[in-house]
Design a protein around this ligand. Structure first.
Ligand SMILES: *Cc1c(COP(=O)(O)O)cnc(C)c1O
Length: 373
């Protein structure tokens, strides 16, 4: 019996509230006749670089490209190794694998879903060139120890920030910076359902290193600085002007959207914290959480039961991710990643989005609680 209309993400209700601004900008973009990389793309990248307080934001076609371009900018080659969690979206590993880079997977912490310096270090070899921490579900990895580790071994850090845009990380010395600006290069995705999403595909690369930024600007545009003069091998990865118009509007709402997500997550946390068979997401003291996903662990093998039960009540859920990357066919290896394997059987993400109505959230909470008591 489905009597409500609860969705995992509700981009249409969100759009209806900003429709006037969005529509006006899209039309003016079309009328300008500058469809790809128009002036609005530059304006958006400047606005985002002000917001993030990072020197360079280079827009590109999507978050997967952003990662691939980051690897290309660091000149990683076949035979080089990167270390990333297996517990992430496929793109993190795929963007390296496509360049012939060996992807070595590390485990994650069971309570935060993120990797740590201690879990990365054993995988470092003489071939390791870069570490790719992923700020999964919207929370920063504990980056200070990872940055120290990278310094000790002379490795680069590429942060996959596709799920955590707008999340702040605090260093022990009190300095606060946004995720994606903590390592050498940060990447993000503007896929519609991301915390800052456009109405199609989009992505961006961040760096404070101006030389790297120069290379990245060439790579996204066929390795050229001057038209038809190709200095390095690049690709075609640009942001459409229409998408930049949309992002420019939505950037103004990012903080509000993220704090809405935090309020809803707090409601869930309060409601579920004393249920023995559920583990709510742990938040480390050095990071915020912008809740791209609200993900619970369901213990005692009951996850799939909970999923079916909620589905029957009209409550959608998702499993991010049902199969970790080190068990996917093209990446399969004999690595044993204990926590990753446990999580693939325990996690469930429940609706959290900017338009979730209180009454619907109350309904979700009520049903989840009823399952366990
Ligand atoms: C969404 C996502 C990507 C890829 O972004 P696309 O824009 O879909 O290519 C990469 N990494 C993570 C962790 C993601 O969630």
């Amino acid at each position: 019996m489905k009597k409500n209309n609860i969705q995992m993400v509700d981009l249409m209700s969100q759009y209806s509230k900003i429709k006037n601004e969005i529509d006006r900008n899209i039309i003016s973009s079309i009328e300008s006749g500058r469809f790809v990389n128009g002036p609005i793309v530059k304006e958006f990248s400047e606005n985002l670089s002000d917001y993030l307080n990072v020197k360079n934001v280079i827009p590109c076609a999507n978050g997967t490209d952003a990662l691939q371009i980051a690897f290309m900018a660091l000149d990683l080659k076949p035979g080089d190794e990167i270390i990333c969690p297996s517990w992430t979206y496929i793109a993190t590993a795929e963007a390296a694998a496509i360049l012939g880079i060996r992807v070595v997977f590390c485990d994650i912490d069971l309570d935060t879903f993120n990797t740590t310096a201690d879990l990365i270090e054993p995988h470092i070899t003489e071939y390791t060139k870069a570490i790719v921490p992923v700020h999964l579900y919207g929370q920063s990895c504990d980056m200070e120890p990872i940055i120290k580790l990278a310094e000790n071994y002379n490795l680069k850090i590429i942060e996959d920030n596709a799920q955590a845009i707008g999340c702040k990380y605090s260093f022990p010395n009190g300095k606060i910076k946004f995720t994606g600006t903590l390592g050498h290069i940060g990447t993000t995705s503007f896929y519609p359902s991301k915390n800052l999403g456009c109405y199609g595909d989009g992505g961006a690369i961040f760096t404070d290193d101006n030389d790297l930024a120069d290379r990245i600007r060439m790579i996204v545009n066929h390795g050229e600085k001057i038209k038809y003069h190709h200095e390095i091998i690049g690709c075609n990865s640009r942001l459409d002007s229409i998408q930049a118009e949309i992002l420019n509007v939505k950037l103004n709402y990012l903080d509000e959207y993220n704090s809405n997500r935090q309020i809803m997550a707090n409601n869930y946390n309060l409601a579920f914290k004393d249920i023995d068979e559920i583990k709510i997401p742990k938040i480390i003291s050095s990071s915020e959480h912008v809740y791209h996903q609200y993900t619970l662990r369901v213990l005692n093998g009951k996850r799939d039961q909970v999923k079916n039960y909620l589905n029957d009540l009209g409550i959608p859920t998702m499993i991010y991710y049902p199969i970790p990357i080190h068990k996917q066919k093209p990446y399969r290896n004999n690595q044993i990643l204990e926590n990753t394997d446990i999580l693939s059987k325990e996690v469930i993400s429940i609706p959290i989005h900017t338009e979730l109505e209180n009454s619907n959230q109350d309904y979700i909470i009520d049903k989840v609680v009823k399952f366990f008591v």
